[in-house]
Design a protein around this ligand. Structure first.
Ligand code: ATP
Length: 264
């Protein structure tokens, strides 16, 4: 949705993230060039694009893990380049991240993994950190006996849930999810979708979700941003994107796997 559409909605939308003119590259041609994107408070934004278009690079750039050579990023209305280190740290605590492979510490149990951000950022006793970590683990839909397990002892779905519990540890306002349902069976993926939806509805979370999962896109996203030609080509609902006139967008949203999703 563009700024204009947001205004036409008659509702004031608050951009949790507003990035403008992002340029990101490693060597050679930039991966992202002149990219603008907004993430609105309380929405589930899906980010799609062909393989290698820079979805994960965008996610990492927005959270400050990948450097950009140009562009601005406002987070909660604050220009990230113009704030003190202390404020940056404070803002960093307001987001949680679920990386593609979970990125759990293999030598720590699930409970210890989830307690890491609590111990790092809050001055909590070990006991209180453990209690809070148990709560997040339960919120992520894991059984209590998962707390004492190591990542190697978990299924793919449990790893995603443990990583989500860790992302939720500091009660973030926004969570960044990189392909959260990749590698899950269809039942596990649908359960994970519902979990994300429930967390958004009950906690008022904002969700930035990179995904290739058409079912997730249809079922839980409010809006989808399509990456292509190094920027956001277009954004809108799944139904809107089905009618957008661009070869890749048409092929993606009306291809053999998407054509059965029809809208009133
Ligand atoms: N640290 C890095 N150093 C050099 N090149 C990188 C680095 N990170 C990403 N790239 C390159 O940037 C491009 C975009 O990568 P990215 O992982 O963002 O793609 P993606 O859209 O998430 O792809 P996929 O859907 O396959 O996960 C790729 O060509 C990748 O090789």
């Amino acid at each position: 949705m563009t700024d204009e559409t947001a205004r036409q909605d008659g509702r004031e939308r608050e951009a949790v993230i507003a990035a403008r003119g992002l340029v990101v590259g490693f060597s050679g041609e930039p991966i992202l060039e002149g990219l603008d994107i907004d993430v609105w408070r309380g929405e589930i934004l899906g980010v799609v694009g062909g393989s290698g278009t820079g979805k994960s690079v965008l996610l990492r750039t927005l959270i400050g893990l990948t450097a950009r050579s140009a562009g601005t990023i406002e987070v909660f209305g604050r220009d990230f380049d113009r704030i003190s280190g202390e404020e940056r740290q404070h803002i960093g605590r307001r987001w949680g991240v679920l990386f593609q492979q979970g990125a759990l510490f293999s030598s720590l149990t699930v409970l210890q993994n989830v307690a890491v951000p609590l111990r790092e950022h809050m001055r909590l006793s070990d006991d209180l950190a453990d209690q809070l970590a148990r709560l997040k683990i339960e919120m992520a839909g894991l059984p209590a006996d998962a707390c004492g397990k190591y990542p190697a002892e978990l299924s793919g779905g449990m790893i995603k849930r443990a990583a989500l519990a860790r992302a939720l540890a500091l009660d973030p306002d926004i969570v960044f999810l990189d392909e959260p349902t990749a590698g899950l069976d269809p039942i596990g993926a649908a359960e994970f979708d519902q979990l994300i939806l429930r967390l958004r509805d009950t906690l008022g979370l904002t969700v930035f979700m990179v995904t290739h999962d058409l079912d997730s896109l249809v079922t839980i996203t409010d809006r989808i941003a399509v990456l292509g030609n190094r920027r956001v080509l277009v954004d809108g609902t799944f139904a809107e994107l089905k009618t957008f006139d661009h070869p890749w967008v048409r092929a993606y949203f009306n291809g053999p796997r998407a054509e059965h999703f029809t809208f009133g």
